[in-house]
Design a protein around this ligand. Structure first.
Ligand code: GUN
Ligand code: ZN
Length: 430
């Protein structure tokens, strides 16, 4: 048993429904077998467990492990290609790099870089867009299994409009996906996600095979892109004819509680209504939406319809792995919307980066906050002495203000240590 002593901030009560930030200036978290078994004022927990080993996390704050609901494993090396809209960026940057993952040695190196980058940013749970190549997806699951990352991922499938080496067939996509799910789904913390790239690169036959695979692998997740860019949307409409973008997935049983759709920057009211009714979630990817000029995410309409929203860094269109930065960008974007804006406070940002992601991934009983009964997935944010974050935290006007400073100023350099399931991630012990 280890007793952690820290300033702890989390959001067990949804701030979008009036819940307040939970803050304990001097908390004791008792962790046994990876689970938080007791929480309270440090001195009280200490007196009940005088024999427990104490780990003091003196400066900064302890937060729940961050949960990323949309990030592309093959795109680590192409972050930062600015100035293009979605389809041009795919053509010129993303797809050529994705083709390189046909080489297993290349894929293995990228998988290692990807997992290291996620953990360095404090992300402990992620829904990951895999590769079009099954062997590369194996490399990803293997790389994630080392540190025990809570990963949900799968084979990305497409059968038109990309480039020949990235195309598959409905049957091959099903068979390869099934084999990957047999190897990885439910093994350790890995789970399988059925992942057509987007409707634009999928025929009905391929999406039907995705629906079949999703049904055949109980507990599997589903993820894809939705309503990201106006030209993408009109192309999907030309390809599929009647119906909305969401209908392309819905027709094949792919819109449900276990579905996470990335972006949804330009939804219709009918689509939002359907997403809410199905209990599907949306991964809001604000730095990507800005970098590709995709548009201004209508958070107000998602909230009004009751569509669950979480965060995704969307590397490599997104500008990095940090969900702290992603949350800040979500805030900044809302400031730039006029009457449609939603004013996000630090508690909202923390909720979006933790609990909301855990809910979208069906992992709320396990992670998302640092309550008794949860697994101990945590991030220690500790300011580097003399930096603006250090100065800001020393002069913070209460916990909300301190948290706002963390979202504004903290980078992966300030992620001093990360735990998954009670185990410190190697290399993170700063
Ligand atoms: N739509 C289809 N593929 C992609 C991708 O790789 N990134 C983003 N942002 N959108 C996509
Ligand atoms: Zn994406």
């Amino acid at each position: 048993m280890i007793l952690y002593r820290a300033q702890v901030l989390d959001t067990p009560d949804d701030p979008f429904r009036g819940g307040a930030l939970r803050h304990d200036a001097d908390a004791g978290l008792l962790v046994a077998h990876g689970q938080i078994v007791e929480r309270g004022p440090f001195t009280q927990v200490r007196s009940r467990h005088p024999g427990a080993e104490v780990v003091v996390l003196g400066d900064g704050m302890l937060l729940p492990g961050l949960v990323d609901t949309h990030v592309h494993f093959p795109q680590v090396r192409i972050i930062g290609a600015l100035g293009m809209p979605l389809l041009e960026w795919l053509e010129r940057c993303a797809l050529p790099e994705e083709s390189r993952l046909a080489g297993v040695t290349y894929a293995r190196a990228v998988a290692a870089e990807f997992v290291t980058s996620l953990l360095a940013a404090g992300t402990t749970t992620a829904l990951v867009f895999g590769s079009h190549f099954a062997a590369a997806v194996d490399e990803l699951f293997a790389a994630a299994a080392g540190p025990g990352l809570r990963i949900t991922s799968g084979l990305v499938v497409a059968d038109r409009m990309l480039r020949p080496e990235l195309h598959t067939t409905a049957q091959r996509g099903y068979d390869e996906g099934r084999a990957l799910a047999d190897r990885w789904h439910g093994r350790g913390r890995s789970r399988y996600a059925v992942t057509p790239r987007f409707a634009l690169s999928s025929t009905d036959e391929l999406l039907a095979a995705c629906g079949q695979l999703h049904r055949d692998v109980p507990g599997s997740w589903f993820t894809s892109h939705l309503n990201e860019n106006p030209i993408e949307i009109s192309t999907v409409q030309q390809l599929f004819g009647d119906g909305s973008y969401l209908d392309c997935y819905d027709r094949h049983g792919l819109v449900g509680r276990s579905s996470v759709f990335a972006h949804n920057v330009h939804p219709t009211d009918a689509e939002l209504k359907r997403l809410a009714q199905a209990g599907s979630s949306v991964a809001h990817c604000p730095t990507s939406n800005a970098a590709l000029g995709s548009g201004l995410f209508p958070l107000n309409r998602h909230l009004a319809f009751g569509v669950p929203v979480a965060l995704g860094c969307d590397v490599g269109a997104g500008t990095g792995f940090s969900l702290l930065k992603e949350a800040l960008q979500a805030y900044l974007l809302q400031r730039l919307r006029d009457e449609q804006s939603v004013l996000l406070g630090p508690a909202h940002l923390l909720h979006l980066a933790t609990v909301a992601g855990a809910e979208a991934l069906g992992l709320r009983d396990e992670v998302g906050d640092l309550s008794v009964g949860r697994r101990f997935d945590a991030v220690w944010v500790r300011p580097v002495p003399g930096t603006p974050l250090d100065i800001g935290l020393r002069h913070a006007d209460g916990p909300e203000d301190a948290l706002a400073k963390v979202f504004t100023l903290a980078t992966p350099h300030e992620v001093a240590r990360v735990w998954i399931d009670g185990v410190p991630v190697e290399g993170s012990a700063g």
